[in-house]
Design a binder for this molecule. Structure first.
Ligand code: NAD
Length: 474
């Protein structure tokens, strides 16, 4: 085992756990990395109590003082940058460059949180002579985030810095598939001077999530993961009268028109499909090819062949994931789709126990096929031919998901038509992974998000606080 067995981090302590553990294996080469506790409602309760105790002091500090911790934390993220990126790579399987991009985004959100004193200042008005109204943003109390496997560092950082800067105390339940980055986060926050109990990590699976949803003293919860679980978690947390925001899965459509720049489009579509081995909620899943875009498809296939497992393409999370992804490809092929580039059966020399799927391009996919409707979550591009924009938009709009959608064209008019018609929260124009940079919030529509608002950006301030309206006369 490369790393010592993980423990929960509660009240500033690494707490021993006598229950079941799950072995942790690297998707890169099958190496045994560590083991992770499968905690129970008891550990959740202990963490909530520790966070409640810490809240009394933390919430009374000024926001300027709280943000100073995150200025120091940002410096630690920078000085440990490569080590953190490598940890992401080891536990998730993505390439080192992708690990670096993820940590860079974690830093960007931390920087946004550092500006929370500026973002929450102001709002005062003399409403009648001598009478003033003003608004203050009060923290909620103990809050929690549940995160998925595909971004072990970035997704937890969507919420940790801003929720804590705003005065809440926090419990993270990371994915049991990638718990190492979360443990490192706790250590670095401690080193940055965050008081004990303000940030806690409870490892585990569904049991921990359900205990968080049910806990009487947890005020708010965010969830990021697949749509079926997002729905369940949102329903359970809100039925327990918590504030909740649950981000779900995706099926992102890229519409390509004949006037699109061939080279730029091919490179961009391929990167969107194959980046992070397709395990991104922003990944290109379906290309809607309008009219004659044959030259672009051929260039996409060339780019795809340059994307090599174990070199510039990482592993998928597990052997089960590999099997699932390959089954989607085979089923589509059997239903009449044409596999132009076939990533099935990929093996990386020296990493035979790793779980790799090569990048795959499939043409002549029809909208009713399972590969066109369901989230595959692998490096697979399904191409559906469409005769015009109306037909392409009909396919995009029929998807229950609504995370991202993109259009590739040189026409501003066509781009505008697409922006207006696409039923998705994040739109790209000649950009295949249209992740909004801070301070713009991240969030989809439809079955890609349950609850109101975005999980990052200015919306997050509203989510993690409650406003207090004060009227004074002296
Ligand atoms: P997942 O839904 O399997 O797991 C997410 C979290 O939920 C994990 O912490 C897991 O332990 C917990 N969980 C699993 N089963 C549960 C249950 N029955 N009840 C309660 N909690 C449970 O997701 P994943 O496979 O880890 O991540 C991939 C998914 O996340 C994809 O669908 C992807 O699109 C989605 N995702 C969405 C966004 C977004 O912002 N919309 C971002 C990243 C990932």
């Amino acid at each position: 085992m490369k790393y010592e067995a993980l423990r929960n981090r509660i009240g500033g302590e690494r707490v021993a756990f006598g229950g079941d553990h799950l072995g942790l294996v690297s998707p890169i080469d099958g190496a045994h990395l560590s083991q992770v506790p499968l905690s129970t409602a008891i550990e959740v309760d202990t963490a909530v109590e520790a966070a409640r105790r810490a809240f009394a002091d933390w919430s009374r500090r000024t926001i300027k003082e709280r943000s100073q911790v995150f200025y120091r934390y940002r410096e630690l993220l920078n000085s440990h940058f490569d080590e953190l990126a490598m940890l992401v790579r080891e536990e998730n399987g993505k390439t080192l460059d992708e690990g670096r991009a993820e940590v860079a985004k974690a830093i960007e959100v931390t920087e946004f949180a550092c500006s929370s004193p500026q973002l929450t200042a102001g709002e005062v008005l003399e409403v009648s002579p001598g009478v003033e109204c003003r608004v203050e943003h009060a923290p909620l109390g103990v809050v929690a985030s549940v995160t998925p496997f595909n971004f072990p560092s970035m997704v937890p950082h969507w919420t940790i810095p801003i929720a804590i800067c705003l005065g809440n105390t926090f419990i993270l339940k990371p994915s049991e598939k990638v718990p190492l980055s979360a443990d490192r986060t706790a250590k670095l926050l401690h080193d940055a001077g965050l008081p004990a109990g303000v940030f806690n990590v409870v490892h585990g699976d569904r049991t921990v999530v359900e205990a968080l949803c049910d806990h009487a003293h947890l005020e708010a919860l965010t969830f990021v993961g697949s749509t079926p679980i997002a729905k369940q978690v949102y329903a359970r947390a809100t039925s327990n009268l918590k504030r909740a925001l649950a981000m779900g899965g995706a099926k992102n459509h890229l519409v390509v028109l004949p006037d699109a720049n061939v080279q730029q489009t091919a490179v961009n579509v391929t990167a969107s499909m194959a980046g992070c081995a397709g395990q991104r909620c922003m990944a290109a899943a379906t290309m809607l090819a309008i009219g004659d875009v044959q030259s672009i498809i051929e260039r996409i296939c060339e780019e795809t062949r340059k994307t090599v497992p174990g070199e510039n393409l990482g592993a998928v999370i597990s052997h089960e994931a590999k099997k699932r992804i390959e089954a989607y490809i085979t089923e589509a092929e059997n239903a009449g789709a044409k596999v132009l580039v076939d990533g099935r059966g990929a093996v990386v020399a020296g990493c035979e126990a790793g779980s790799y799927v090569g990048p795959t391009v499939i043409d002549n996919v029809r909208p009713e096929m399972r590969i066109a409707r369901e989230e595959v979550f692998g490096p697979v591009l399904a191409i559906i031919r469409a005769k015009d924009m109306d037909e392409a938009i009909a396919v995009e709009n029929s998807s229950p998901f609504g995370n991202a959608a993109a259009v590739y064209t040189q026409s501003g008019e066509v781009a505008r038509e697409f922006i207006d018609a696409a039923s998705a929260g994040m739109i790209g124009v000649n950009v295949g992974v249209p992740v909004p940079r801070e301070p713009f919030g991240f969030g989809g529509w439809n079955d890609s998000r349950f609850g109101a608002g975005d999980i990052t950006g200015k919306n997050a301030i509203g989510f993690w606080t409650q406003s207090k309206k004060i009227t004074t006369r002296w």
